[in-house]
Write a protein that binds this ligand. Structure first.
Ligand code: PEP
Length: 259
C-alpha cells in the first residue's frame, strides 16, 4: 500500500475546496476504483470538511483533517475533537505538522495526546516529524527525529487493525520546491522504523505503521522516492492544490506499487 496525502493547509476557501475535491475525485475515481493499493487522502481545512466529505463519500478518495484536539468535549475555544472529525467523515488526521510546531508551539507531548484521541475514535493519525535546518547542520537530525517519534508514541498501544502513519518531513524543505535526495529520505525512514521497533513488536511495525515522505514532492520527483521500498507514500502540500498534478502523482504511486 502506498499513500498519497494532500495537505491543503489554509490555502482555499470553502467553494475552492469543494471544486478541488470534486476534480480530484473525478480524475482519480475511474483509476482509483481499480488501484486499491494506493490510498489517496485529501486534508482540507476544518471549515470545508463537511462539504468535502459529501464529495468524497463513497469514492476511492478518503478525507483527513489537518489537526485535532485531545479532549472529546468541553471549554476548549476554537478546537475540534477527534469525535467530531469522525462524525464529519474523516478517516485520517495530521498531527504535529511543522507549521503548527513553528507557529503554534505544538509540542511532542501535545502530539502524543492527539494521537491517542484519534486512535480512540478510529481515525488514522498522520504524525509529522522532521528536523529544522539548524538541527540538521548541528548534527542533531537523528536525535531530534528519534525523540519526536518516541514521545509521540509514548503509551500508545495499537489494538485490532489500528494504523499510524509517520510522515518524515525535513522542515526547511517544506514549501521550498527543493526536495531532499530519496536516499537521504530513505535513511531517515529506516531510522524511524528502527525507533518504532524499540517501542512495538516487529510485526506490528510492519503491518500497522507506514512511514511516508513529505517536502516539495511533485510528479517529477515522486517516482524516485517511491522506488525506495521503505518509503510508503508522500504527504504533499503545494502540488496537492493542482488537480492534474496531484492525479498524476496518484498514478505514479499506483505504478510504484505494481513494480
Ligand atoms: C507539507 O506541508 O506537509 C508539505 C509537504 O508541503 P510541500 O509539499 O509544499 O513542501
Amino acid at each position: 500500500m502506498k499513500y498519497l496525502i494532500g495537505n491543503w493547509k489554509m490555502q482555499l476557501n470553502e467553494s475552492e475546496s469543494e471544486a478541488l475535491a470534486a476534480e480530484v475525485v473525478r480524475l482519480w475515481a475511474a483509476q482509483g476504483a481499480t488501484k486499491t493499493d494506493v490510498t489517496v487522502v485529501l486534508c482540507p481545512s476544518h471549515m470545508a470538511l463537511e462539504e468535502v466529505g459529501k464529495i468524497t463519500r463513497g469514492t476511492p478518495v478518503a478525507m483527513g483533517a489537518q489537526d485535532t484536539f485531545w479532549e472529546d468535549k468541553g471549554a476548549f475555544t476554537g478546537e475540534i475533537s477527534a469525535k467530531t472529525l469522525k462524525e464529519l467523515g474523516c478517516e485520517y488526521c495530521l498531527v504535529g505538522h511543522s507549521e503548527r510546531r513553528q507557529f503554534l508551539a505544538e509540542t511532542d507531548e501535545m502530539v502524543n495526546k492527539k494521537v491517542q484521541a484519534l486512535l480512540r475514535h478510529g481515525l488514522v493519525p498522520i504524525v509529522c516529524v522532521g528536523e529544522t535546518l539548524d538541527e540538521r547542520n548541528s548534527g542533531r537530525r537523528d536525535s531530534v527525529v528519534i525523540s519526536q517519534v518516541r514521545v509521540a508514541m509514548n503509551g500508545v498501544r495499537l489494538v485490532g487493525a489500528q494504523r499510524v502513519i509517520i510522515a518524515y518531513e525535513p522542515r526547511w524543505v517544506i514549501g521550498s520546491g527543493n526536495a531532499v535526495a530519496p536516499e537521504s529520505a530513505a535513511e531517515m525512514h529506516h531510522l524511524i522504523i528502527s525507533t518504532l521497533q524499540e517501542l512495538f513488536a516487529a510485526d506490528i511495525v510492519d503491518r500497522q505503521f507506514s512511514v511516508i515522505y513529505g517536502g516539495a514532492a511533485d510528479s517529477k520527483n515522486l517516482a524516485g522516492f517511491l522506488a525506495m521500498d521503505v518509503i510508503r507514500g508522500s504527504l504533499v502540500g503545494g502540488a496537492a492544490l493542482k488537480p492534474l498534478e496531484f492525479a498524476a502523482m496518484a498514478e505514479i504511486a499506483a505504478d510504484a506499487v505494481i513494480k
